[in-house]
Design a protein around this ligand. Structure first.
Ligand code: PEP
Length: 259
């Protein structure tokens, strides 16, 4: 069991218009409040689509909720002629704390490389937000038994030219692609194998104290019924949750580590 404050982040993906988002965040807040959620048990974060962020901010700030929020992606550019893009300055101005980068869906459908993930992570850090750097192997790599070397190469690429002080502010999310949205969750042992290898790599790149302070999440079909056993593992410090974060009660239960 981790000594770091667990982080439960809900990746809403391309779901929820802004009215639905207001409803979901209110329901989540009520459920956490009803169960007297102790935020030392887990820090709670939601990652809505861009169009919802202003509405989510208004609810959270208006009611002084202890829920943090952020975005699912960001541009690597500062501003200018990049049609359709959103900058770190825009997200920061909206009070975002976290931004995911390198989600496997971005890597697969938008050809995002490790170099681009690195460029985006550095922009997020420069804007004083926290990148949640996603990594993970596909089924072919897993079947060949190469998951650790595959993920560690992604980590090396993502952390290139990131200083020790900045790395200490990052979160890593290990998300095996074969477990995302499939209902096929990794075993706690599978998750621990890669999360612990990531921590060893971070200690090599920086130092042990830095690596020990960083949070490494597991993502891939996390539910209230499987979160507790995943959280028993020494190097699993929380979860990046997709589908289950769209149901307030279920996500709140995940934030309570299944209780
Ligand atoms: C995700 O999108 O990051 C994810 C882990 O999805 P799901 O929980 O639905 O597998």
């Amino acid at each position: 069991m981790t000594t770091r404050t667990p982080l439960m982040a809900g990746n809403w993906k391309m779901n929820m218009d802004h009215l639905q988002a207001i409803h979901l965040i209110n329901e989540l807040a009520l459920d956490l409040q009803d169960h007297k959620h102790d935020y030392a048990t887990a820090e709670v974060v939601v990652l809505p689509p861009f169009t919802d962020i202003r509405s989510v901010q208004t609810v959270i700030d208006g009611d002084n909720l202890k829920i943090r929020y952020g975005a699912q992606d960001v541009s690597q550019h500062d501003l200018g002629a990049y049609t359709g893009e959103i900058s770190t300055a825009m997200l920061s101005k909206l009070g975002c704390s976290y931004v995911t980068v390198g989600h496997s869906e971005r890597r697969e459908y938008h050809n995002e490389s490790d170099a681009l993930v690195n460029a985006k992570a550095r922009k997020i850090l420069a804007a004083d937000m926290t990148p949640i750097i996603c990594c993970g192997e596909g089924l072919d790599v897993r079947k060949a038994g190469n998951q650790v070397s595959h993920v560690l190469a992604q980590i090396e690429g993502a952390f290139a030219n990131i200083s020790q002080a900045d790395a200490a502010r990052c979160v890593v999310a290990y998300e095996p692609i074969w477990a995302i949205g499939t209902g096929e969750v990794a075993t706690p042992g599978d998750a621990q194998e890669v999360c612990s290898a990531i921590r060893v790599k971070l200690a090599e790149l920086y130092d042990q104290a830095t690596a020990d302070g960083m949070r490494i999440l597991y993502g891939g079909s996390v539910k209230s019924s499987n979160v507790a056993e995943l959280m028993q593992e020494a190097d699993v410090d929380g979860a990046l949750v997709g589908g289950a974060s769209l149901q307030a009660e279920e996500f709140a239960k995940i934030c309570r580590l299944g209780k």
